[in-house]
Design a protein around this ligand. Structure first.
Ligand code: ATP
Length: 322
C-alpha cells in the first residue's frame, strides 16, 4: 500500500461567469482552488464536502473530462495534464469512473451486452468471442446472472443499474476507479449492498478508489483516508479514523457534528440478517451504517433477508428500541 498511483499538485479549475447582452465574462467560480493530494496503490481515498464544494469537478479533472486551469496530475509517473489525445485514450483504460446516475454511462438504446462490450471495443481488447465471455463473467462478478445480458438499462432496478455501471468500469481492468456519489441515489439497504460489492471487487481486482460523496457515514465505511473540501479547497486530509475522531479543521468539526448520532438512552438489540450475528468478537465490519443507526432501524424492521440478494453480508447490525 505504499507505492504512489496518483499525485495531484496545485490543481485549479476556474469557470467563467458570463452574462449581459454580449455574454461577457463577469467573474469566475473557483470550483477547484489549489488542490494537492496523492493516492497510494490499493487504498481508498474519500473526498467529502457539501454540495458545490468542487468534488465532482475534481473527479472530472482527474479523468481529464475537463481541462484544468492550472496544476499537474501525475498517474503512474505519466503526466495526465500534458498528454496527447492518443496517450490519454490509452491511460483511460487504467482510470475509470462510476457515476451517481448510472444512466449517465449506460446508453438506453443498447443492451447490457453491448454496453459492457463497448469499452473493450474502444480499447481493442479481445476477439468477439472473448469479449462476449468477458461480459458474461463480469455480470457474475457484480452479482447479476449472464441471462441479463440481452436486457436493456430500463429493465433493471436502481441498484442493479449501479452494478452494471460498476461492471462497465471494470471491463478494461482499470487500476483506479473514481466513484462520484455512486450510492447516493439508492435506498439505504441497497447502498450497503453496492458498497459491499465495491469492497469485495477492490480486493479481487486490486483496485484503488477515489470515493466522492457528501454522506460522511458512507465515506467513513469505505475509505482509508478522507479529504474534506470546502469552497474548492481541500482543507483537511487525514486517515479516516483520525479525521472522524479528532478532526483538526473547524469546518470538518462542524460537518461531523451535523451527522446524527443515536440517542444513548435507546436500548440496543442485536439483530440477525443473513446468518451472521455481530458481537464485539465479531464486529460489524460488513455494516455500512452502524454510524447511522436511527436510519438503519427502519430498514431492520422492514427488511427480510431472504428477500435480498445479500451475498452473505448483513446490511445492519443493531436495532435500537426505547
Ligand atoms: N461547467 C460549469 N460551469 C460553471 N460553473 C460550474 C460548472 N461545473 C461546476 N460549476 C461550479 O463549480 C462549483 C463546484 O461544482 P461541483 O459540481 O464540483 O460541486 P460538488 O461538490 O460536486 O457538488 P454536488 O455534491 O452538488 O455534486 C459549483 O459552484 C458549480 O456551480
Amino acid at each position: 500500500m505504499s507505492e504512489l498511483l496518483l499525485e495531484v499538485n496545485g490543481l485549479k479549475k476556474y469557470f467563467p461567469i458570463t452574462g449581459g447582452l454580449f455574454g461577457r465574462k463577469q467573474g469566475e467560480v473557483k470550483a477547484v482552488d489549489d488542490v494537492s493530494f496523492y493516492v497510494k496503490k490499493g487504498e481508498t481515498l474519500g473526498i467529502v464536502g457539501e454540495s458545490g464544494c468542487g468534488k465532482s469537478t475534481t473527479g472530472r479533472l482527474l479523468m481529464r473530462l475537463i481541462e484544468a486551469s492550472e496544476g499537474k496530475i501525475v498517474f503512474e509517473d505519466k503526466e495526465i495534464t500534458s498528454m496527447s489525445k492518443s496517450e490519454l485514450r490509452k491511460t483511460r483504460r487504467d482510470i475509470q469512473m462510476v457515476f451517481q446516475d448510472p444512466y449517465a454511462s449506460l446508453n438506453p438504446r443498447h443492451s447490457i451486452e453491448q454496453i459492457l462490450e463497448e469499452p473493450l471495443i474502444v480499447h481493442g481488447i479481445g476477439t468477439k468471442e472473448e469479449r462476449k465471455k468477458q461480459v458474461r463473467e463480469m455480470l457474475e462478478v457484480v452479482g447479476l446472472s449472464s441471462y441479463h445480458a440481452k436486457r436493456y438499462p430500463h429493465q433493471f432496478s436502481g441498484g442493479q443499474r449501479q452494478r452494471i455501471g460498476i461492471a462497465k468500469a471494470l471491463m478494461t481492468k482499470p487500476k483506479l476507479i473514481i466513484a462520484d456519489e455512486p450510492v447516493s441515489a439508492l435506498d439505504v439497504s441497497i447502498q450497503a449492498q453496492v458498497l459491499n460489492l465495491m469492497k469485495d471487487i477492490q480486493k479481487e481486482f486490486q483496485l484503488t478508489y477515489i470515493f466522492i460523496a457528501h454522506d460522511l457515514g458512507v465515506v467513513r465505511h469505505i475509505s482509508d483516508r478522507v479529504g474534506v473540501m470546502y469552497l474548492g479547497r481541500l482543507i483537511e486530509l487525514a486517515d479516516s479514523e483520525q479525521l472522524y475522531q479528532n478532526p483538526s479543521h473547524p469546518y470538518t468539526k462542524a460537518l461531523l457534528s451535523a451527522v446524527p448520532v443515536p440517542d444513548p438512552d435507546l436500548k440496543k438489540e442485536t439483530i440477525l440478517i443473513d446468518g451472521e450475528i455481530p458481537s464485539p468478537a465479531n464486529p460489524p465490519s460488513g455494516c455500512a451504517f452502524h454510524t447511522r443507526c436511527s436510519q438503519v432501524m427502519d430498514i431492520c424492521k422492514t427488511t427480510r433477508p431472504q428477500e435480498h440478494d445479500l451475498n452473505g453480508h448483513f446490511v445492519a447490525c443493531h436495532l435500537y428500541n426505547k
